[in-house]
Design a protein around this ligand. Structure first.
Ligand code: TXA
Ligand code: MG
Length: 318
């Protein structure tokens, strides 16, 4: 089994040896390896059972470090990086030669971000290479937001998990690419689009594709629990919960007057941030409950509600 702890010197040493270490970030836990070492990066794909056509995000300690690994930084990218790094934002930029080709699945661009977690920033500063890290879950399953989530699924496959507590944001980073210097959203995530648009103006979207070569990881079926998940209005979910054998995920308020003991509420006060923080952990809890189906309430389509709906939709049966 993996050791779990906060020994950054140990994590640093393992990574230098080309081994994998799970790392906390503010979004979700990542499965990290030296992004300049192809053999180490290959073991990420093998351990996650992830297809090698799905590229990884490279994590660095600062914009200055990121500059060493990209060829160009469009003006809008600099604006966003300066405003939101460290933070839940990934930028897709022209790839420099040092990054292993396997990291980017052969694409001429590389996804980069500076994560906001004190332990992981300390770890990155102790290394003279950046870390390639996808979410630390088996491919297709719900992303981990605690060290115990990682241990439950990858505990026999990796030597060390850095325990940084519960992830503060709880859903993956927002991914922004650039077309002719103009920002385009490739994945909704922990940084609300409204905040991004307040700085760089209206941002185009290329989401929800079954086979989008720009973001192969954005396959529709993703982030999924093992049980079938159905998405509906609050009224539909409360109605569905009257049938035994169903678990429910509601946005706000009370779990309802249904007899179901299997209703979870993301945020009693209707706070998007709290809802995002609970989302993946609650989906895991529902997956572990003695129910056959999960019924989830669609959130209002604004702020982090959009990214949460995106995850629920990808997890759902359609
Ligand atoms: O919050 C996060 O982003 C977390 C933490 C660990 O940083 N990481 C994460 O990684 O969610 P992952 O591998 O689960 O998702 C990365 C996504 C994939 O969907 C991939 O297709 C996309 O980023 N991606 C990576 N490189 C890309 C590129 N060059 N162009 C377009 N999309 C890219
Ligand atoms: Mg992932």
């Amino acid at each position: 089994m993996s050791l779990i702890g906060t020994d950054i010197a140990k994590a640093s040493e393992l990574l230098r040896q080309g081994q994998l270490v799970a790392i906390p970030t503010e979004t979700v836990y990542g499965l990290a390896a030296n992004a300049l070492d192809s053999a180490a990066v290959l073991s990420i794909f093998e351990t996650k059972n992830r297809p090698t056509f799905d590229p990884l995000i490279v994590h660095a300690d600062s914009l200055e470090s990121v500059n060493r690994y990209v060829l160009d930084l469009p003006r809008a990218a600099r604006t966003l990086a300066e405003a939101f790094w460290p933070g839940p934002l990934t930028l897709v930029l022209p790839k420099g030669p040092m990054i292993a080709d396997l990291v980017t699945a052969g694409l001429p661009t590389v996804a980069v971000r500076v994560p906001q977690h004190p332990l992981t920033l300390e770890l990155l500063r102790s290394l003279d290479f950046p870390l390639a890290a996808p979410s630390a879950n088996p491919f297709g399953y719900i992303s981990p937001t605690s060290a115990s989530h990682v241990a439950a699924q990858l505990g026999t496959a990796i030597p060390y998990i850095v325990d940084g507590g519960e992830c503060r944001v709880g859903i993956e980073s927002t991914i922004i690419g650039f077309q002719d210097g103009r920002p385009v959203v490739l994945r909704l995530g922990g940084l609300p689009l409204e905040l991004i648009e307040s700085l760089v103006g209206k941002v185009a979207t290329t989401l929800h594709s079954d086979s989008n070569p720009q973001a192969p990881g954005m396959l529709k079926s993703h982030y999924a629990p093992r049980k079938p998940l159905f998405l509906g209005s609050r009224a539909e979910v409360l109605e569905a919960l009257k049938v035994p054998g169903r678990g429910g995920l509601l946005f706000e308020g009370e779990a309802g007057s249904s007899d179901s003991t299997h209703g979870l509420v993301l945020s009693p006060g209707g706070d998007f941030r709290e809802a995002a923080q609970h989302l993946f952990g609650y989906l895991r809890q529902l997956d572990a409950m003695p129910v056959e189906e999960i019924w989830a309430e669609r959130l209002p389509d604004r702020d982090l509600g959009r990214a949460i709906n995106d995850r629920l939709l990808r997890a759902s049966v359609r």
